[in-house]
Design a protein around this ligand. Structure first.
Ligand SMILES: CC(C)(COP(=O)(O)OP(=O)(O)OC[C@H]1O[C@@H](n2cnc3c(N)ncnc32)[C@H](O)[C@@H]1OP(=O)(O)O)[C@@H](O)C(=O)NCCC(=O)NCCS
Length: 183
């Protein structure tokens, strides 16, 4: 069971002394979000489900800021640069008590605790959507993500074999992790 934590719209003090503001994505963030996408490494882009270098994806995410079933958070520097992104999307149909989670930190801001801060914040946002279960899926190769969500109390629910094709055209396994949250 994931504990309640982190308020949205907070400052995260990182292990390396840097700090960032964690807040909801705004429509005005379109350019900063596009720049964030361009800051990701080739390896990240290879493995992410959404192509953050595609202007149509940036447009879709920016337009979704008021969507009822979607919460998007960003970590922003004092200079207005987006250095991390997270989303919780409430699923339709018979899984509408479940939110699907995404989390990405730009490479130069990793290993300072930002991923963990933002993961906690997005789980809290998912809880505010009214869901009782949060789920995240990632490629088996994305071990850092598995480490973070496991530390947050998520358990592996399953592995789908050769279920994704990365941007190099290679088949990859997907790991599904989930946790139940307090309402
Ligand atoms: C996963 C990701 C968000 C982690 O961001 P981060 O800011 O580096 O994470 P943190 O610094 O908060 O790390 C928290 C803990 O996770 C684990 N961890 C993070 N990166 C790790 C790595 N590369 N290898 C092993 N463990 C790792 C560690 O236990 C770490 O704690 P520690 O630094 O005290 O040892 C980042 O690597 C990323 O964006 N990856 C690409 C996208 C992705 O895989 N997303 C997850 C699925 S949606």
């Amino acid at each position: 069971m994931v504990q309640r934590s982190h308020a949205v719209g907070s400052v995260a003090f990182l292990k390396d002394g840097r700090q960032v503001h964690i807040r909801p994505l705004l429509e005005d963030d379109r350019d900063a979000l596009a720049a964030f996408g361009m800051s990701l490494s080739k390896n990240d882009l290879l493995y992410l489900e959404d192509d953050f270098t595609n202007p149509e994806i940036i447009e879709r995410l920016s337009n979704a800021v008021r969507a009822e079933n979607w919460r998007q958070l960003v970590a922003v520097t004092d200079e207005g640069q987006i250095v991390a992104y997270a989303a919780a999307l409430r699923m339709p149909g018979w899984s509408n008590h479940v939110a699907d989670i995404r989390l990405i930190v730009t490479p130069t801001w990793r290993r300072s605790g930002l991923g963990m801060h933002l993961a906690q914040a997005i789980v809290e946002s998912a809880r505010e959507l009214g869901v009782t279960k949060v789920s995240v899926d990632m490629l088996a190769a994305q071990t850092a993500g598995q480490a973070i969500f496991s530390r947050l109390g998520f358990a592996v629910e399953g592995q789908l074999v050769r279920h994704a094709i990365d941007r190099d055209g290679n088949l990859q396994d997907i790991v599904i992790m989930s946790a139940f949250v307090r309402v």
